[in-house]
Each structure stands twice: as structure tokens, then as C-alpha cells.
Design a protein around this ligand. Structure first.
Ligand code: PEP
Ligand code: MN
Length: 366
């Protein structure tokens, strides 16, 4: 992907995260202007947001004020000198927002899931030089997220960034949308110059979780934050539980610890290098031990095949789980971590044995 460095198109203070803030939805002129003026007064925010057309989960909810909201946000942008960003989901949204002089766009999670919609947006943006932020799709599919970024990039959008807003799931968790941090981390690994902005409002779904998620995002070297903010959050027409006042926004942003990306202290650098060498050696040992374990599994699989015994032996599996969990507890390892690790190893062991059975079956039938 051809990505322009964010510092070239979004001037932000050194060592500070990029912060996008504003209401979930534009509701009235007063609400947008009052909220945005108070946000700008914090001097910690780089871009003003407002939802104009709202993709709601259930019908008969507030679906946004539409076109008129663009004017209110534009007015707030002119009053504060901060650029504006809105969510667009189709060609008409883009045309209306461009007409009103909106500065940037974001693509919502419910749109990123649909390649037809993303392509329509990319086609509508052909030849337009505007920054676009792409939220992750609601389902945890990294390829779909990358695909949307690529469609826009292929249409000539080079001022591009990703927004991590978490993933929807059936299981109840403390989060509204599970963060699954490995997704933004992998995205950064594959595209090191792509800015990634975390949206703790939609991940958390409530005010209490905002600080902790924001700090975690910065500690994981995310480039910025998108936080929903409302002059009177309890009265908000959408996402009221997760919106905060501009006063609270200022508090949260002030309390964040921004750590150094690069290690300048030579003594610390040498110490970390030594510790990392230790980690390298330990990882090598872990992989060698796993290879040894799977070699034994191969032998067991062969015996089971010759003697026509089922691969899964539930009693043995229960015995493994309980003895290893006891050992893990004694060693001070996390219970959940050890269970997940054992399940992964067991899955691979079963796959190896299934391979042995099938391989020999092919040999005898051919
Ligand atoms: C929003 O930012 O208000 C929004 C609708 O977000 P998402 O697409 O992440 O649900
Ligand atoms: Mn919202």
C-alpha cells in the first residue's frame, strides 16, 4: 500500500496521541457547537467527529439528522480551526459531505464488512484527495479489514488510517466489542507505516472502561484515539452509556501516560538487548521441546493405528488437564493461559494422529 505519513496530513503535537473526538451523533446545532467548542478548549484534540447517518442495530432507533448535521459540524470546525470527519457509507453521503466541505471521512464497521459498499465508496473517491479512516469490520476478519484499506488505496487514497473499534460476538464480555488486540498488532506488523487509531468508546461501550482501554492502546504503540464526547451524555440519542463530557475527556487525556517508542538510554538499551537474547534462547527451547513432544505423538499415533485404537482417549485427556493445571498453579502460571495452551497443543496432537490414520488408509486403498 502507498501510505502517506500521517504527520504530513494531520499536524499534531510531538509525543502526543492523535485524538479524534465529538458526539456519536449530531443531534442539534447547539449540541454539536457546544460539544466541539468545549472539546477544542482542551487543546488535546486534533479532529472533530460527528455521526450524521447512523447505522443502528435495530430499526426505529434514532438514525441520524442527515444532511443538516454536516453544516453544524462544518460550522464547529470553522469556529475551532479543527478539521472535521464524518462516517460515509455510500456515494450520496460522500457527495453531500464533499459539498459541505467536510475534511475527512471514516468508514464504519458495518460498512467495512461489505466489499460492494467499500468499492462503491472507493469509486466515488476516485480523484478526490481526502483522508479516510477505515474501521475494522464487526467480525474478526483481518483480510476484510486489509481488503477495505486496499480498495481505497487502489482508488488513489494515500492519506489513510485504520480504526480499531473491537469485534462483535455472541458471548457476553465486559466489553461491548472484544478488543482482540492481536488484530491491530498484526495489521501494524504487516503495514508498519499505516497509522492505527483505537476507538475505546465502541470497544468498551461504557464510560468506566475508557481510561484503561486508551492506556492499553498507547502502550501497544497505537497512533491515536477516537473518543465519543457529548455535552450531556445521559441525554444522548445514541450510545449514551459510552459518551463522556468534554471535562471528563480532558481528565482522561491528561492522565494518559505516553511512553517512548525508542530506547535512547544506552544502559537500558544494553540491558533490554541482553534480556531479549534470553527470550530468543527460551523460545528456541520451547519450540525444540514441542518438536520432541510431537515426535512421541507420532509414535503413539502409529501404535494406535496398528492396534485399531481411537485417537481420542478422554480419560487420558482429563488426566493431562488436571495434572498440568496443578503443576501450572504451583509454578504460578495463569490457569486460563495454561488451558488454552494445552488445548492448542492437544489439537495439533490430534491432527498429527489423524494424519497418520488417513495416510495409511490412502496407502491401503490405492
Ligand atoms: C460510530 O463511530 O459512531 C459508529 C457507528 O461506529 P462503528 O462503525 O464502530 O460501530
Ligand atoms: Mn457511536
Amino acid at each position: 500500500m502507498n501510505i502517506e505519513p500521517i504527520k504530513d496530513w494531520l499536524p499534531v503535537a510531538k509525543k502526543k496521541p492523535i485524538v479524534v473526538s465529538g458526539p456519536c451523533s449530531a443531534e442539534s446545532r447547539e449540541q454539536v457547537i457546544e460539544t466541539c467548542l468545549a472539546i477544542a478548549a482542551t487543546e488535546k484534540v486534533s479532529v472533530l467527529r460527528a455521526g450524521i447517518w447512523k447505522p443502528r442495530t435495530r430499526p426505529n432507533s434514532f438514525e441520524g439528522v442527515g444532511e443538516v448535521g454536516l453544516k453544524w459540524l462544518k460550522e464547529a470546525s470553522e469556529m475551532t480551526g479543527l478539521p472535521s470527519v464524518v462516517e460515509v457509507a455510500n456515494r450520496q453521503h460522500i457527495e453531500l459531505a464533499l459539498d459541505q466541505g467536510i475534511d475527512m471521512f471514516w468508514i464504519g464497521a458495518r460498512t467495512t464488512v461489505n466489499p460492494f459498499s467499500v468499492q462503491e465508496i472507493a469509486d466515488a473517491l476516485h480523484g478526490v484527495d481526502i483522508p479516510v479512516f477505515v474501521k475494522n469490520p464487526i467480525n474478526p476478519d483481518l483480510q476484510l479489514w486489509i481488503g477495505a484499506l486496499e480498495r481505497l488505496n487502489n482508488a488513489g487514497i494515500t492519506k489513510i488510517a485504520a480504526i480499531h473499534r473491537g469485534f462483535s460476538g455472541f458471548d457476553q464480555t465486559v466489553y461491548r466489542n472484544a478488543p482482540k488486540w492481536n488484530f491491530p498488532i498484526e495489521l501494524k506488523r504487516q503495514f508498519p507505516t499505516l497509522p492505527v487509531i483505537c476507538d475505546p468508546s465502541h470497544i468498551g461501550g461504557n464510560r468506566e472502561l475508557l481510561s484503561i482501554i486508551s492506556q492499553k492502546a498507547l502502550d501497544l504503540d497505537m497512533d491515536g484515539l477516537m473518543i465519543e464526547c457529548h455535552i450531556s451524555p445521559d441525554e444522548a440519542l445514541s450510545d449514551s452509556k459510552q459518551q463522556i463530557t468534554p471535562f471528563r475527556l480532558n481528565e482522561i487525556l491528561s492522565d494518559l501516560i505516553v511512553r517512548d517508542k525508542t530506547i535512547k538510554n544506552v544502559k537500558l538499551k544494553t540491558k533490554l538487548e541482553k534480556l531479549r537474547l534470553e527470550i530468543d534462547a527460551i523460545d528456541q527451547e520451547i519450540l525444540e521441546m514441542l518438536t520432541a513432544r510431537f515426535r512421541v505423538i507420532n509414535e503413539i499415533g502409529e501404535e494406535k493405528r496398528i492396534n485399531a485404537i481411537t485417537i481420542l482417549q478422554v480419560e487420558r485427556w482429563n488426566q493431562i488437564l488436571s495434572t498440568r493445571n496443578d503443576l501450572a498453579e504451583k509454578l504460578g502460571l495463569g490457569k486460563e493461559f495454561v488451558s488454552t495452551l494445552l488445548e492448542t497443543i492437544h489439537k495439533e496432537s490430534i491432527a498429527i494422529q489423524t494424519g497418520i490414520m488417513n495416510e495409511k488408509k490412502v496407502e491401503t486403498t490405492s
